[in-house]
Design a protein around this ligand. Structure first.
Ligand SMILES: Cc1cc2nc3c(=O)[nH]c(=O)nc-3n(C[C@H](O)[C@H](O)[C@H](O)COP(=O)(O)OP(=O)(O)OC[C@H]3O[C@@H](n4cnc5c(N)ncnc54)[C@H](O)[C@@H]3O)c2cc1C
Length: 407
């Protein structure tokens, strides 16, 4: 009897860990390769939208997901020019509101589910450095690590994130335009006025946007958008100076809290924001999904959700072909079908992701005027009751296409 098909999945982020589990539970041999030994060493966003939560529930892992450390904010508070404007209760707009979830724990949970399946192998701490090529086709990967090895496979799926080695080695890299902004991230203790399941705080003024979210670990996650390349100047001015800038933006209460907790500021770092979409996600014997083919901006908290949805669609197209013996032409056609199905949603989401920074960083007079007008209307109580969500919000919450796991 011939060997069952074998897939090498490179990278155990949400895309790779989810896909590896979905294939393994259908009896397909999978090797999942992750360069880190500890998931906490790779920073990811923590916001899961209803679309991502739905993907996990479709995988049959709803109970395991609900048991993970998480914060469930109940509202969004909007502040304009440092003044509180309006609170919007999230349950008024959606049934399963976004949650902030521990990414290391989510990934450990997905890998543990995979490990319970026969034929699943997890290589922890092994970095893929190259593809094995034969007859114009990739037939496996080379690993560097404690035990360097070659892993041969019918298909290599690159889920190795924004700096993907698989993408580069498969010749799928493309030139791209840089985004106009970066983001400074840090955590501080949670202020009493926010609380563990309290409100997300959004601070807006022309040229500035800052978000503060209650995180899964009982702290406050702060994300501050800055003009691209301006971090060098901020760093030179020192933490006290840029914290004072944020404090002006966030108004007296949160601002004072940030400055008081300056010493407890945890792991501040700057995210070099990239956002683009490859024209080609496949090469003979190779498929890319997740950030490897569409690195996402943090705007709208989309990357994790889109990565999970990619995994569901990839499993739908790949399982039958792998079960039927993994003929190379059929596999390549299935990979092309994954791209064809996912491309429109990713393109639409990234189009929306580029919009808010473009408006925020404009210095035109009308941006300030629109903000004042919106703040005035919101204070007067508009909109009232349950309203239809604008397309950008609907897209960020629920995605664009209907993604259903079929295998
Ligand atoms: C600061 C920040 C905040 C964000 N906020 C949010 C948010 O709130 N909500 C949201 O939905 N998205 C957010 N995102 C985006 C989100 O984290 C990514 O879009 C998502 O993690 C992509 O998943 P992925 O599985 O494709 O890739 P990744 O999560 O990047 O995983 C790739 C994995 O591959 C491994 N790897 C890389 N190279 C190799 C190699 N050569 N060999 C073996 N393994 C390798 C890496 O160690 C990593 O574990 C944020 C991103 C950042 C950086």
């Amino acid at each position: 009897m011939s060997q069952p098909a074998h897939v090498a999945v490179v990278g155990a982020g949400p895309a790779g860990a989810a896909l590896a589990y979905l294939l393994a539970r259908r009896g397909i041999r999978v090797t999942l390769i992750e360069r880190q030994t500890d998931f906490a060493r790779e920073f990811r966003g923590e916001v899961l939208m209803p679309s991502g939560i739905d993907a996990i529930r479709q995988m049959g892992l709803g109970a395991e997901f609900d048991a993970l450390p998480q914060a469930r904010p109940q509202a969004i508070d909007f502040h304009v020019h440092g003044r509180f404007v309006r609170r919007f209760a999230l349950p008024d707009f959606m049934e399963d509101p976004p949650r902030m979830v521990s990414q290391p724990r989510l990934l450990e949970m997905l890998v543990a589910q995979g490990e319970a399946c026969e034929g699943f192998r997890f290589v922890r701490g092994g970095a893929v450095t190259d593809l094995i090529e034969e007859g114009g086709r990739s037939v496996g990967v080379r690993l560097r690590g404690e035990a360097p090895e070659e892993i041969r496979a019918d298909l290599v799926v690159g889920c190795d994130g924004r700096g993907s080695v698989v993408r580069r080695r498969a010749g799928l890299d493309e030139p791209r335009d840089p985004e106009s902004f970066d983001v400074i991230w840090f955590k501080v203790p949670l202020p009493p006025q926010v609380g563990p399941d309290g409100a997300v705080q959004a601070f807006l003024r022309p040229g500035q946007l800052c978000l503060a979210l209650p995180a899964f670990d009982g702290r406050l996650q702060v994300a501050w958008l800055i003009r691209k390349g301006s971090y060098g100047d901020l760093k030179q001015r020192g933490t006290d100076a840029w914290l004072a800038d944020i404090a002006v933006q966030t108004g007296p209460e949160i601002g004072a809290h940030l400055i008081r907790n300056r010493g407890a500021l945890e792991s501040p770092f700057v995210l070099d924001v990239v956002c683009y979409l490859l024209e080609r996600w496949t090469a003979p014997g190779v498929l890319l999904i997740g950030d490897a083919c569409h690195p996402m901006s943090p705007v709208g908290g989309q990357g994790l959700n889109i990565a999970l949805r990619d995994a569901l669609v990839a499993a739908n197209h790949l399982v039958t072909v792998l079960e039927a013996g993994a003929a190379p032409e059929a596999l390549d056609a299935a990979c092309a079908a994954v791209q064809a199905e996912r491309f429109p949603e990713v393109a639409e989401v990234e189009r929306y992701q580029r919009m808010p920074p473009k408006v925020v960083f404009r210095s035109d007079w009308w941006v300030g005027a629109v903000l004042w007008l919106a703040a005035g209307l919101a204070r007067l109580g508009f909109p009232r009751g349950r309203v239809a969500l604008p397309p950008i919000t609907r897209t960020f919450l629920h995605g664009v296409t209907d993604v259903k796991l079929e295998v």
